[in-house]
Design a protein. Structure first.
Length: 357
């Protein structure tokens, strides 16, 4: 944890950049192959339980009571016994698909949390501004959960809260039959068209449209490949990136405009699907399937670290394929970097965070 905080996002991006530099210097990838890339998005799930109104209201009640007692406030009633019974009822009604009864139970849970919020606010205001400020975050989150559970659709378009300890979690619909909804953050993956080397990985909060993330994704890839003096010129994407007009210097190829692409690009477009197994390996072998790091910064760090781990495994596999000569070249490079000291490993000046989300 301390190591990740010390490195920061710029530091872990430097790790990813060094894996790209090693691949180029060992001649495992030609610099011109870095100009043709494939970009796609996936969901990086957060380490949270499946969200439901009943569970969120019970967590809010428990957290409110604990926070009030820590601040020296003794609520007149904690509703602990009734809350346990209501949680069991909600589970039974949801399993039996008795939604009218379920809504009545959720309404009673919301009433209990609302009463606790008002009581704690009254007692905290009498004790002083410091106590009220200490409880303000918990009170606002509890009131937000009560408001969103009492209405079928949000009138003010305020984002829903899906987890108490991770309020940055978003509900993303990817259209999968086995998991219609995933709770986490959208992550963009940028890999080379040939050789399947990852040259960019970035988390985008706010669940933006895929086409609006392409400029930020290519900016990151350009900075990570600046040691090789290469920029992406052709990008192969799916139909989720249609309508992108933020990258005039990049040729965007997708199957939605077959009359405007050449025969060679039509053949190369078939390799766009190679990024799907890359995403599968990131989740199955490199821990992108569940992010345990805290906050939005943890999401961004975790995405880049997973990509760096994938590239390290890719390098080892290619070195074993190429033979001993590539391994000796890697050892000499590491010794040269160690002799140069920490100056060569200092993080480069990275891009600022996007305003998305």
């Amino acid at each position: 944890m301390k190591c990740r905080q010390l490195l920061g996002e710029e530091g872990v991006e430097e790790l990813l950049a060094q894996t790209i530099n090693v691949a180029v210097q060992l001649e495992l990838v030609r610099p011109q192959n870095l100009q043709q890339e494939v970009v796609d998005t996936t969901v990086q799930p957060k380490a949270v339980v499946h969200s439901s109104d009943s569970r969120l209201l019970e967590v809010a009640r428990t957290q409110l009571v604990e926070a009030a007692k820590d601040a020296g406030i003794d609520p007149k009633q904690t509703f602990a016994k009734e809350a346990r019974a209501l949680s069991r009822k909600a589970g039974r009604h949801a399993h039996a698909r008795q939604f009218k009864r379920l809504r009545r139970v959720i309404g009673r849970q919301g009433t209990i949390v609302g009463r606790l919020v008002r009581e704690i606010e009254r007692k905290a205001s009498r004790m002083g501004a410091a106590v009220r400020q200490a409880l303000d975050k918990n009170l606002s989150k509890a009131q937000r959960i009560v408001d969103q559970s009492g209405q079928r659709k949000s009138a003010d378009r305020q984002p829903k809260l899906y987890s108490w300890h991770a309020p940055e979690v978003e509900c993303i619909n990817k259209g999968k039959a086995r998991t219609p909804y995933e709770f986490g953050v959208k992550v963009g993956i940028d890999s080379t068209l040939r050789h399947n080397l990852i040259v960019g990985a970035r988390a985008f909060h706010g669940n933006p449209y895929d086409g609006h993330t392409l400029a930020e994704q290519l900016e990151q890839a350009t900075i990570l490949m600046q040691d090789s003096a290469v920029k992406p010129t052709t990008v192969f994407v799916d139909l989720g990136y249609r309508g992108d007009a933020q990258n005039p210097d990049v040729h965007i190829v997708h199957r939605g405009k077959p009359q405007r692409i050449s025969e060679q690009e039509r053949k190369l477009l078939k390799r766009r699907q190679a990024i799907e197994p890359i995403i599968g390996h990131l989740k199955a072998d490199h821990r992108m399937v569940r992010c345990h790091l805290k906050g939005e910064s943890g999401d961004r760090l975790h995405a880049v670290l997973c990509a760096a781990g994938y590239n390290v495994q890719w390098l080892l596999r290619m070195i074993a394929k190429k033979g001993l000569r590539a391994l000796l070249a890697l050892v000499l490079r590491l010794l040269r970097l160690a002799a140069m000291g920490t100056k060569s490993l200092q993080p480069r000046l990275m891009h600022s965070q996007p305003a998305l989300g």
